[in-house]
Design a protein around this ligand. Structure first.
Ligand SMILES: Cc1cc2nc3c(=O)[nH]c(=O)nc-3n(C[C@H](O)[C@H](O)[C@H](O)COP(=O)(O)OP(=O)(O)OC[C@H]3O[C@@H](n4cnc5c(N)ncnc54)[C@H](O)[C@@H]3O)c2cc1C
Length: 416
């Protein structure tokens, strides 16, 4: 079924009785050309681009839970390409360009909303570093504008400019950034991949890898043995646990990140705003809830829930830039498991085991990367060479000392 205004009118006039399931529920076959482990955003996008752009057939996505149960359904939905480093910016800009055409590509309303992101600056030194970042962005074809305080005031009159501990001097604006609805992205990619013949197998836990003489030929799962020509792993927060089954120890730690949502309010936040002197970011959902977050909890964990000290720290961050937020009532919060790499940048690469490929290290920025990550992982799986915008996202950069340390925090995964 193709979604369009006509199909919507047709369904409305016939009592909405003829909608078909969004994807099939096939039983796994015993062999596929390519198996993707992990049905999050990245795994589903990889399968979609393998089928749609690289003409690959006979593909399965194996998901241990249900589609949308991982971080793809737990994030704060921010999409942007405001990176500094050469190894990162072209990749994230490619991703933003894919976001801009995504809904047409997958024929699904992902509620992509380019309302802009503003990174606040609070000192001359921080302004100068944003000037540098903005220049790097523009050199890679992205958009960036430095706002002074007057320009920022006209967009965000509610910010606390003078009385704050860290007075707000201005911001770096990327107008093409914004938000997309996270679970719609998962459903949309799943539907579009399914329509191109990809088998999406839910409730299929990958429990082991079939490896002989350094070659991976399949996986053991809760639904039996599945053999494959190539196996791509995209399990985000579970990366270290899953890859340990293949005998690999990776430069990745798992940490918890929490998200928070208030009751619905009338439109008040124009786009995404981030605090420059602490860790706090906020946007407003289409339902009106303020959606915000901050630091990771700071200890290793595989639990999808966090603790109160970070809750307090995040709320303090909000109060520091917009005291009005103190009047809003918190509705809910949750946590997700982040695959924090040692330099804060991702990995899309072959592993030392033949036919086993890795997509990981997304830290808390992997949602915005979903389209480019899928495209680049598909390229790697189909062609056996890195896509040009992911050429620096290699696993051996840690051994070679060629870090992509966007934040300059050193080898401290909890600080990226
Ligand atoms: C609170 C929070 C806020 C965030 N905010 C943002 C944001 O604003 N912007 C942004 O860009 N990023 C954000 N992120 C990060 C982003 O959500 C993740 O980096 C990204 O979703 C990870 O990729 P994924 O979608 O493929 O992961 P997931 O959806 O987690 O997919 C991995 C899948 O692998 C499956 N799996 C694990 N083990 C196995 C196994 N053994 N067998 C089979 N399947 C398995 C899991 O069940 C899961 O469904 C946030 C994350 C969180 C938690």
């Amino acid at each position: 079924m193709r979604y369009s205004i006509w199909s919507l009118i047709n369904q409305a006039l016939t009592g909405n009785r003829n909608w078909t399931p969004v994807w099939r529920e096939p039983e796994p076959k015993s062999h596929y050309d390519i198996v993707i482990v992990g049905g999050g955003g990245h795994g589903l996008a990889t399968a979609f681009y393998l089928a749609s752009r690289y003409g690959m057939k006979n593909i399965a996505v194996l998901e241990k839970g249900w589609i949308g149960s991982g971080n793809i359904g737990r994030n704060t939905t921010i999409v942007r390409s405001n990176y500094l480093l050469d190894g990162n910016e072209p990749f994230y800009e490619q991703s933003l360009q894919l976001w801009e055409g995504l809904e047409q590509d997958i024929n699904y309303n992902a509620m992509m909303s380019q309302r802009g992101i503003i990174n606040l600056y609070h000192s001359d030194a921080q302004r100068d570093s944003y000037v540098r970042r903005g220049n790097a962005m523009r050199l890679h074809g992205a958009d960036a504008e430095l706002l002074n305080q007057d320009q920022l005031r006209s967009l965000c009159p509610f910010l606390d400019y003078e009385n704050a501990r860290f007075p707000i001097m201005g911001g770096l604006l990327q107008k093409r950034a914004g938000t997309a609805r996270h679970d719609a992205v998962a459903w949309g990619y799943a539907r579009a991949a399914d329509q191109r013949g990809v088998d999406i197998i839910q409730n299929c836990d990958v429990t082991d890898f079939l490896i002989k003489d350094g070659v991976c030929t399949g996986v053991e799962t809760s639904k039996g043995t599945i053999r494959a020509g190539k196996i791509g792993v995209a399990v985000a927060g579970s990366t270290s646990r899953v890859m340990a089954k293949a005998g690999l120890r990776l430069p990745i730690e798992s940490h918890v990140l929490q998200a928070f949502v208030t009751e619905g309010l009338k439109p008040v936040i124009p786009g995404v705003i981030t605090f420059g002197a602490g860790h706090f970011y906020i946007s407003q959902s289409d339902k009106g809830g303020l959606v915000f977050g901050g630091d990771i909890d700071g200890y290793n964990s595989y639990a999808q829930r966090g603790n109160l000290p970070v809750f307090e720290d995040v709320c303090e961050g909000g109060m520091a830039i917009m005291p009005m937020i103190g009047r809003a009532r918190m509705l809910r919060n949750w946590g997700g498991i982040m695959d924090m790499s040692m330099d804060g940048s991702p990995i899309i690469d072959k592993t030392p085991i033949d036919q086993l490929y890795l997509n990981a290290g997304w830290c808390y920025g992997g949602f915005k990367a979903t389209p480019a990550s899928g495209l680049c992982f598909a390229h790697l799986l189909a062609r056996d060479e890195p896509h040009k915008v992911a050429s620096k996202l290699r696993l051996d950069r840690f051994r070679r000392g060629a870090m992509l340390d966007e934040r300059g925090a050193g080898a401290q995964p909890n600080l990226h």
